[in-house]
Design a protein around this ligand. Structure first.
Ligand code: SF4
Ligand code: SF4
Length: 136
């Protein structure tokens, strides 16, 4: 059975391709599934956060194709909760666009680094400055 992997990337489309259906083309040609987690589009800039799902080979092919039309960077693990500061108020949970923050059975707030895309929403809303994002 083929193992399905997930990969999250930052992606900038080159200016000359901004009005082209780049993501659709990659999906059609590689059959990889692409979830657009975030998109900032303007006539001058197209910045996306993408989640690719598929076999290792499909993801490799998709990344090679994406490279023709823009530049990408891996999203590293970047988040850490300061356990001394956090009071588990839960204020950060609803502001996470990818549900990377949740409460476990004993109501303590947990961050899932695998899911985090580094948007910093939680950092902005935390009243105790208990979340740190690493710039790698
Ligand atoms: S908002 Fe801050 S203090 Fe509240 S649960 Fe989240 S990290 Fe902890
Ligand atoms: S930075 Fe915070 S809000 Fe943004 S994805 Fe990561 S955990 Fe969620």
């Amino acid at each position: 059975m083929v193992k399905i992997m997930k990969k999250r990337i930052y992606y900038w489309v080159y200016e000359k391709y901004i009005d082209k259906p780049v993501i659709s083309k990659v999906i059609l040609e590689t059959k990889v599934m692409i979830n657009i987690l975030m998109a900032k589009m303007s006539p001058q800039e197209s910045f996306l956060i993408l989640e690719l799902s598929g076999s290792e080979k499909q993801i490799e092919e998709a990344l090679n194709l994406l490279k023709k039309y823009g530049e990408y960077e891996d999203i590293p693990k970047i988040i850490e909760k300061n356990k001394e500061r956090c009071i588990d108020c839960g204020a950060c949970i609803v502001h996470c666009p990818v549900k990377a923050i949740y409460q476990d059975e004993d109501y303590s707030v947990v961050f899932n680094e695998e899911e985090c895309i580094g948007c910093k929403n939680c950092v902005k809303v935390c009243p105790l400055k208990a979340i740190k994002i690493f710039d790698i």
